[in-house]
Design a protein. Structure first.
Length: 535
């Protein structure tokens, strides 16, 4: 069987492979027909060299070409919707509707179009001008390509050749080397085909977008630490992410990681009394959405011990137990979930419902709730925060408010944290004690809604303290903020007007771009008289 080609320096070519693999249809537990290469270190270095040269060429090109590319690429994806939906369904078992066609694919093209708008607006680069000393600065592209490692659970919106990291890196002016997730290589190949067509139409460097399908672990470590790499964006397991981070750090290269999160949800007593059944339904829907394979899945719930909390647990357990388990993304997923549940049980948690690998034609694990006392959680906080990447959640019963606060203090960093409270105000005093403990532990704090939705909006933070991510100051979703991960800060001291980037000249290059001029955000041009007076 012939191996599928890789995209290197503008050419779809046979790989200099170091092995091969096939994706698996998780619904049927059968290998897909196409065979894909495992790229060698030599091939990775060829892609890096081409990407480095493309980065240099980009610096002299109008930024409008990048916006043209992103818009054309979004249109190319729209034109291949049917093909993308069908193959992603086969590779991931995610529902065609509404998940793939009506949900995730429009979100993906929306991200690309938002990135294009940010490129045209240019405000993302935070142009800063101090006329008194004639020093000016802005964010610009890195000096090399960005490697993007995509996850298995979002074949579109976080795809290495189309998703949020890709859009942000491109919009910041960098070429991208996409390392496909091996769960959906055909989906990623289709994206790369559509992207390369848009590259050609926009007149960008041939190596603006390159595609590799798989690399061995040792090659990955050399990839992210290579002298020619600009930065890396990674979404995946904590185990893999930390290995890559160690290598990148040793090489002095930026890497932005999204790794692990249990996303604690607090259901306060007044909320249970007011609308406990409705919250249990929301909890069930959030935990089981996509078979629980969301990085924002509510993997831990905190309640105060008491009869109403026991009733809440019983209602949630009934919903979990009566629902058919969803199909998981890959053959290792059921065993990984079983192992995670076993860790929780060994450290004091008790299974309320589920807890076993589900029998059937596809890969599945029973919808599962476990419970544990606040005392036991505080005694074993690390083990009881083991991430179970599926429809599995641990409910912690705190004996009083002080123990609820102590449980919170033992949390690792998370992407999200949520507090459900009584709308009539009976939980306000308790909320005021819990929120200050929870706020520094999470990137996004929610009230009265489950965390699984991640809106593509400028105010979104899809990040958080370690181990949710590798750095709490950045987000993987939310344009323009997400672009800053893949930018370098350039300062110009007493540089002549005609030698400055357009964004830093006296005249506003778009008339709409926001710039910080003498400590005031404005869309106006630099006042030449004021500048002359300052000297």
């Amino acid at each position: 069987m012939a191996l599928q080609p890789v995209l290197i320096n503008g050419e779809w070519r046979q790989s200099k492979s170091d092995g091969s693999f096939q994706a698996v249809n998780p619904t049927e537990k059968q290998k897909m027909p196409q065979e894909f290469p495992v790229s060698s270190l030599e091939e990775v270095e060829e892609a890096l060299q081409a990407g480095y040269e493309a980065a240099a060429a980009l610096r002299s090109m109008p930024v409008g070409k990048i916006a043209d590319f992103l818009e054309q690429y979004a249109s190319n994806i729209d034109a291949r919707t049917d093909e993308l939906v069908e193959i992603a369904f086969q590779e991931t078992a995610l529902p065609r509707e509404p998940r793939l066609r009506s949900g995730e694919l429009p979100r993906t093209t929306n991200q690309l179009r938002q990135a294009a708008a940010a490129v045209r607006d240019r405000s993302w680069c935070l142009a800063t001008i101090d006329t008194g000393v004639n020093i000016r600065s802005k964010y610009g592209p890195l000096n090399g390509p960005v490697a993007v490692f995509g996850p298995n659970n979002f074949p579109y919106a976080f795809n290495s050749a189309a998703g949020g990291d890709f859009a942000a890196a491109i919009a910041a002016g960098n070429p991208v080397i996409a390392k496909a997730n091996t769960s959906h290589p055909v989906t990623t190949r289709i994206f790369a085909e559509a992207a390369f067509e848009a590259v050609q139409r926009a007149g960008l460097p041939r190596a603006m977008v390159q595609l590799l399908y798989r690399i061995k672990a040792d090659v990955g470590l050399k990839f992210v630490s290579h002298p020619l790499i600009g930065a890396t964006g990674f979404t995946g397991s904590r185990w893999a992410g930390l290995q890559l981070k160690e290598a990148a750090d040793k090489g002095g290269k930026p890497i932005y990681l999204e790794m692990s999160s249990i996303n604690p949800v607090y259901v306060l007593p007044g909320a249970i009394e007011e609308r406990g059944d409705a919250i249990a339904q929301e909890f069930f829907a959030s935990c089981t959405l996509g078979a629980g394979q969301f990085c924002t899945n509510p993997g831990l719930t905190v309640v105060l011990a008491g009869d109403s909390s026991e009733q809440f647990l019983a209602r949630a357990a009934s919903l979990f137990g009566s629902a058919r388990p969803g199909t998981l993304l890959g053959r290792r997923a059921p065993q990984d979930l079983a192992a995670a549940v076993e860790v929780l049980k060994k450290n004091g948690a008790e299974v309320v419902v589920g807890g076993e690998i589900a029998e059937g034609p596809g890969y599945a694990f029973q919808n599962t709730i476990l419970r544990v006392s606040g005392d036991m959680f505080i005694e074993n906080p690390h083990a009881l925060q083991t991430e179970a990447f599926g429809a599995v959640s641990l409910m912690v019963f705190a004996r009083d408010v002080e123990q609820m606060k102590a449980v919170t203090r033992n949390f690792e960093g998370n992407l999200t944290g949520c507090i459900y409270s009584d709308t009539r105000g009976s939980d306000d005093a308790l909320y005021a004690q819990i929120e200050p403990e929870l706020r520094p532990k999470v990137g996004r704090l929610l009230n009265d809604k489950m965390p699984t939705g991640v809106a593509v909006t400028p105010a979104m933070n899809h990040g958080g303290p370690y181990p949710a991510t590798g750095h709490p100051g950045f987000t993987a979703v939310g344009i323009p903020a997400s672009l800053l991960r893949f930018g370098a800060l350039y300062s110009y001291d007493n540089v002549r007007q005609d030698r400055l980037p357009p964004e830093l000249r006296d005249q506003n290059p778009t008339g709409q771009m926001w710039r910080l001029i003498d400590r005031v955000w404005t869309q106006k041009d630099v006042d030449s008289q004021a500048r002359a007076g300052a000297h």
